[in-house]
Design a protein around this ligand. Structure first.
Ligand code: NAD
Length: 403
């Protein structure tokens, strides 16, 4: 399947650009690096029975068996990658799968279904387009053994409730409000560029990009100025334009939501770049940075899922760790500093499923991507991400008594 995606990847990227508006390098990254990379990784994993106990009286083995039919419900922000990140472990575990695409991004994933239809036996991978009602019908169907969902926390709650009557297994990868903490020993000239990149990646439409940037008092003004300069110098345009660096928000409902956050940011803090949404075709929101803002405002406490970044001042490490952890979300988090050991110690105090040091949202198929608190549960990625697609069975065999 990975080879099939890569075989004509430019054509698939054209479709993904048309569907999402994102720049070509991002479309290629999603298809060639993420989707194909995760398929290749899970293709290498093998599940063998494990011997747990063996003595004169018994032999006990632990087996892992497929669950049956998996329902995968995916969002619009990375439609092909997220589908493949569910198809790959589901199949590696021996299940079949029905994927429901997000209502506003069916095309590239349906095209994937066409491409792989000659590779995978009929019925093993099924890709459906449909609205929220199609998702609801799928997750409540009694023949589904497991639901794997990526999307908003609000929908995650509904899905969990819909899984209850037949006690379906469920994996929920939900919203995030990732904090990044810049320590006083960080060098602004070194960390500003990666912080900028990991805040506005895919115009902020990623579950685990930086959504709250905490900067120490001593660096606050310098960091705000550096990030604002980068935002001013970047090109917002349709992904069809060769020099586009940041694309539009993918759909109208999300555009309206992000515009609401921009308006609130103007009221609650000082917008130092962006903030003005021009009339015209396309759901373009300029990269917007707001400073002198703190908790208690939606722009800090909630997930905009768009290109709006609040920069928050702090002066005490214990205090900032507490503030970073005060969110009901706990998906990712990062700490930035020159003393890597000290930064790692601070990172280990965060409650999020992933913590990164001097980087953010570093995805790797071999590395689990856990979600804590209301960001979900049931890990994806790595070998850990295969286990939720398998039922455990112990096989306990008595040995004949010695003569
Ligand atoms: P959403 O919850 O609105 O929709 C996601 C999917 O769920 C869509 O396919 C939709 O049709 C379907 N759906 C809606 N109601 C349903 C129901 N009652 N039963 C079954 N299916 C239903 O989310 P979205 O706006 O598409 O995606 C954005 C959200 O996804 C953000 O909150 C983001 O943080 C989150 N996200 C999380 C991760 C992660 O790995 N944790 C990754 C990407 C996105």
């Amino acid at each position: 399947m990975a080879d099939a995606i890569l075989a004509n990847v430019e054509e698939r990227a054209d479709l993904l650009i048309a569907e999402t508006g994102r720049p070509r390098d991002l479309a290629m990254f999603e298809l060639a690096h993420l989707a194909a990379g995760y398929l290749n990784y899970y293709g290498t994993l093998r599940i063998e029975p494990e011997l747990i106990v063996e003595d004169d009286t018994r032999r006990v083995e632990l087996h892992r068996k497929p669950l049956g039919v998996v329902a995968a419900i995916v969002p619009w922000n990375a439609p092909v990658f997220i589908a493949c990140n569910k198809i790959a472990p589901a199949l590696a575990a021996g299940n079949t799968i029905v994927v429901k695409t997000a209502p506003s991004t069916p095309l590239t994933t349906l095209r994937l279904g066409e491409i792989i239809s000659g590779i995978v036996p009929a019925g093993v991978i099924n890709i459906l387009s449909g609205g929220n009602d199609a998702g609801a019908a799928l997750v409540s169907h009694p023949d589904i053994a497991k639901v794997t969902f990526t999307g908003s926390t609000e929908t995650g709650r509904k899905i969990m409730a819909a899984c209850a009557p037949t006690l379906k297994r469920v994996t929920l990868e939900l919203g995030g409000n990732d904090a990044a903490i810049v320590l006083p020993d960080a060098k602004v000239e070194e960390v500003a560029a990666p912080i900028f990149a990991f805040s506005f990646f895919n115009s902020g439409q990623v579950c685990a990009v930086i959504k709250r940037l905490y900067v120490h008092d001593s660096l606050y003004d310098a960091m705000c100025d550096a990030l604002a300069a980068m935002a001013k110098g970047s090109k917002l345009a349709s992904g069809r334009e060769a020099d586009a660096q940041f694309g539009p928000v993918q759909n109208k409902a999300q555009f309206e939501k992000v515009c609401g956050f921009v308006e609130q940011a103007k009221r609650d803090g000082k917008v130092i770049v962006g903030g003005e949404i021009e009339d015209g075709p396309g759901y373009f929101v300029p990269l917007t940075i707001v400073r002198d803002v703190a908790e208690g405002h939606a722009i800090v406490d909630e997930e905009p899922f768009g290109p709006v970044l609040p920069i928050i001042r702090y002066s005490d490490i214990d205090d900032v760790v507490e503030r970073a952890n005060a969110s009901p979300f706990a998906l990712g988090g990062s700490v930035w500093g020159s003393d890597v050991e000290a930064a790692t110690k601070v990172a280990s105090r965060l409650e999020s499923g992933s913590v990164w040091v001097n980087q953010h949202c570093a995805l790797d198929p071999a590395v689990p991507f856990p979600a804590n608190k209301q960001s979900g549960f049931g890990v994806e990625g790595g070998l850990e991400g295969l286990y939720p697609y398998l039922a455990l069975q112990t096989v306990n065999i008595a040995k004949p008594a010695a003569a």
